[in-house]
Ligand binder design. Structure first.
Ligand SMILES: *[C@@H]1O[C@H](CO)[C@@H](O)[C@H](O)[C@H]1NC(C)=O
Length: 444
């Protein structure tokens, strides 16, 4: 291997595959390797036999669960906002042509021990049992302010500079109570903790607008979409894109040792005694364990069920957010459910996930409030995984390492990480001002 690559990408997780796709489209010479013999890394989708191998050792799954290949169980389950950044990336790169999407039935929030549909518009807010009658009127005014807010039109700002006013101050102006603030912040704006309350309100307002605009793309339901056959389709779609633009893919490459010069700059990657030269390396944390630090741990349960999650209006695909405050925790908990209607399970079966950032040494107990909402399960698996973040200085070593996937069941933080990496690698911002109305291919 005498030729030099611009970039060698290690690991075929979703983040790495999006990057190799984007970089190949930019004309960079990309080599993409994975130590596994399958695509997806941590973000692969498993069939039933793979699932049993991973969680139950050599056991074979019970026949009552149906055919193994009818299952596509995401190891990193996440929905995408219909108007969100990932969808923009898919449209920008035309990767939508390799995938089929379907709307997600419902977005719900846990409030006072009950599961409620998330109201996202002023009309929905008026009908929601989440608020009393006077609170509804106040909330409606606030939703209308957010709907009408236009960054470049000061007339819509009502005299407030949202880059200075905090979310807490903006919400106080509308007199909303803590309960309302809780579901707005966590279920609409998708904040993961309560820091947003003391940060400039512009971010929360933009997040609420994204939620409402995503919701408006479909009739009712939720603001989310999800690919048929599961998220495992996504890394492969981006790998295909990269290949179309000349990217080279090699799976089942053992070792993948990153090589450095005396100054600590990356010079190549060695596998099976052969070194491929490169200027830059992009990888997940597992390929450069000396350049990352542990920042947390995700606890989760994966359940196979024969019914939808109770109290979600029989939704076949659904996200339920359990805000930290409702559980007396520091971080939110998430439920995710998909079924045969997205082709991830055989007819009559549902796959549910409960996930959160672990706060104790006993994550299984921590997950209980979420698991209790599932009702009876056919099978349940528990797993914890450590989250890592890079600690290197990419300008010095030319290594660009992604952060581990967090516990959220939506993509917003994942894509932010990818776009930041893209900017660090290329020195430019990705122009994502695509025409979403031309994106009917991303919808069903
Ligand atoms: C926002 O305001 C600008 C400036 O007045 C205007 O050109 C633009 O059309 C507005 N956008 C929307 C979505 O109303």
């Amino acid at each position: 291997m005498d030729e030099e690559y611009d970039v060698i990408v290690l690991g075929t997780g979703l983040k790495e595959c999006i990057l190799s796709g984007l970089l190949s489209v930019d004309g960079l010479k990309v080599l993409h390797m994975d130590r596994n013999d399958y695509y997806g890394g941590e973000s692969a989708s498993l069939n039933l036999i793979q699932l049993w191998k991973r969680f139950r050792g050599a056991d074979t799954p019970p026949a009552s669960l149906g055919s193994s290949r009818d299952y596509n169980v995401d190891m990193i389950p996440k929905f995408m906002m219909a108007n969100g950044v990932l969808v923009r990336v898919l449209i920008h790169t035309d990767v939508t042509k390799y995938l089929s999407f379907k709307a997600v039935d419902g977005g719900f929030v846990y409030n006072k021990q009950k599961v409620h549909k998330v109201p996202a518009t002023d009309m929905e807010a008026l009908k929601s049992p989440l608020m009393g009658i006077f609170e509804k009127r106040r909330a409606r005014k606030f939703f209308i302010y957010v709907q009408d807010y236009n960054e470049s039109d000061p007339k819509t700002h009502e005299g407030l500079d949202l880059t200075r006013v905090t979310t807490k101050e903006l919400i106080a102006k509308y007199g909303l109570d803590d309960n309302t603030i809780d579901f707005i912040g966590h279920a609409l704006a998708l904040h993961r903790d309560d820091r947003y309350l003391n940060e400039p309100a512009i971010d929360t307002v933009k997040r609420m607008k994204l939620y409402a605009e995503s919701l408006a793309r479909f009739q009712g339901g939720s603001p989310y979409i999800y690919p048929l056959y599961g998220l495992g389709e996504l890394p492969q779609a981006f790998a295909r894109l990269s290949a179309v633009y000349g990217g080279t893919y090699m799976l089942n490459k053992p070792e993948c040792k990153v090589e450095f010069d005396d100054g600590g700059k990356v010079i190549g990657v060695t596998s099976e005694g052969e070194t491929a030269k490169c200027k830059k390396v992009v990888c997940d944390p597992s390929y450069l364990p000396g350049k990352v630090r542990k920042v947390g741990k995700v606890a989760r349960a994966i359940a196979i069920m024969s019914h939808p999650i109770p109290n979600t209006i029989d939704s076949h695909s659904v996200q339920v957010i359990l805000p930290q405050k409702q559980l007396g925790r520091k971080s939110d908990m998430y439920l995710f459910c998909c079924s045969y209607s997205h082709n991830v399970a055989p007819k009559g079966k549902f796959i549910a996930f409960v996930s959160t950032e672990a706060e104790t040494d006993n994550p299984q107990v921590e997950l209980k409030p979420g698991i209790d909402l599932l009702g009876p399960v056919d099978e349940i698996f528990f797993e914890n995984y450590d989250r890592y973040e890079p600690v290197n200085e990419p300008s010095l070593d030319n290594c660009f390492i992604s952060a581990s996937y967090d516990a959220t069941t939506h993509f917003e933080s994942t894509v932010t990480d990818v776009l930041n990496m893209y900017t660090m690698i290329t020195g430019k911002n990705l122009d994502l001002s695509v025409d979403l109305s031309a994106a009917s291919a991303a919808e069903e």
